[in-house]
Design a protein around this ligand. Structure first.
Ligand code: TXA
Ligand code: MG
Length: 326
């Protein structure tokens, strides 16, 4: 059921559910999460099961404030401390060496743990109330079946998991794509997943260049699989010119097709669904998953997406689109 995240009674019910080992749908500023007590192995097991996610793909542990990082992480390098200080609460996840025996299942039994302190007021309220009851972290992957499009509204979460799940409604997510992930466990910062907080901002704070890969065993990150965030329809990315040429060539025969592009489509007499792609990367990030979901819901078989500009501010959106199209 969907409950108003601002209602204190709903908040209490959500935290009771977590305390009892249950799951809730949790709004954050990036996407909605499927949350459980990060230190309750059985509850975390339910998250993996509900999502259909392989057990060795670690979950991000959400915490109310930066000070709580020490509960989960054994070492916090200076550059990670700087990142946390600058961007928390906000859409940044840091991977740190994990304290032995803490949040084993959530971390997929890896030697590291992903930590994030979200800024969404409902997430903050839940995390603070949970912490007061001794739940220091909530494991919360995006609230979608494994490999599918991440949810940015309470209704999306309900569409994924049904009415049995307690979902706190916190409105449409501001950012719209998942947090930027920086691996801080390998001596130098490594970008694992681009997001709203960009490369330049991270480098400025760390005072060193951000690596894309380092030698040695790479940590598992499902958001880094080639195919992810996939709608049911087939997604193709192409320049605007090519979209228009193809539509003109198909004429009235264009069918079961939706287009996400910047400028309106030429009128060919065909019924083609169209949503406008914002010219600004942040606005496009806000819309990207909701747009893919909406097209899917309308039953189209093909989604054509205009290739966004090849500039640093579009890196997060580009990353999601490439995976949706793979
Ligand atoms: O914005 C977000 O981060 C959202 C909201 C709900 O907070 N959460 C999210 O979680 O995107 P999820 O589970 O869908 O993505 C977590 C990503 C995965 O790619 C996972 O493998 C990676 O973080 N990750 C988590 N812990 C890790 C670790 N210890 N080492 C490497 N990657 C890790
Ligand atoms: Mg996800």
């Amino acid at each position: 059921m969907i409950l108003d995240g601002k209602d204190p009674a709903a908040l209490a019910q959500a935290v009771d559910t977590l305390k009892a080992g249950g799951l809730i749908g949790l709004p954050t500023e990036t996407v909605y999460g499927l949350a459980a007590d990060a230190c309750n192995a059985a509850a975390v097991g339910q998250v993996f099961k509900t999502k259909g996610r392989p057990a060795d793909h670690p979950l991000i542990v959400h915490i109310a404030k930066a000070e709580t990082a020490a509960h989960f992480a054994s070492v916090v390098p200076d550059f990670a401390q700087q990142l946390m200080q600058t961007f928390w609460p906000g859409p940044l996840t840091v991977i740190l060496p994990r304290r032995a025996g803490v949040a084993d299942a959530a971390a997929g039994h890896q030697a590291t743990v992903g930590l994030r302190c979200p800024s969404h007021p409902v997430a903050q309220a839940v995390l603070q109330t949970a912490a007061a009851l001794g739940m220091w972290g909530l494991a919360a992957p995006s609230a979608n079946a494994f490999g599918r499009v991440s949810p940015t509204t309470a209704a999306h979460v309900k569409a994924e998991f049904g009415d049995g799940l307690l979902i706190l409604d916190g409105g449409a997510c501001d950012v719209g794509i998942e947090s930027t992930i920086v691996d801080c466990s390998r001596g130098a910062p490594v970008l694992l997943r681009p997001g709203h907080i960009g490369r330049k901002q991270i480098e400025a704070v760390c005072g060193q260049p951000l690596q894309d890969t380092l030698s040695g065993p790479a940590p598992k990150a499902s958001g880094t699989l080639a195919s992810h965030y996939a709608p049911r329809a087939r997604v193709k990315l192409m320049p605007e010119r090519e979209i228009h040429q193809r539509l003109l060539a198909l004429g009235v025969h264009a069918q079961n097709l939706a287009v996400w592009s910047h400028k309106p489509l030429p009128n060919t007499g065909a019924h083609v669904l169209w949503h406008q792609q914002a010219a600004n990367a942040q606005a496009a990030a806000h819309d990207v998953f909701a747009t893919l979901r909406d097209f899917d819901l309308r039953g189209v078989q093909h989604i054509w997406v205009e290739l966004p500009p090849n500039t640093p501010d579009w890196e997060g959106v580009m990353d999601r689109l490439r995976r949706a199209a793979s």
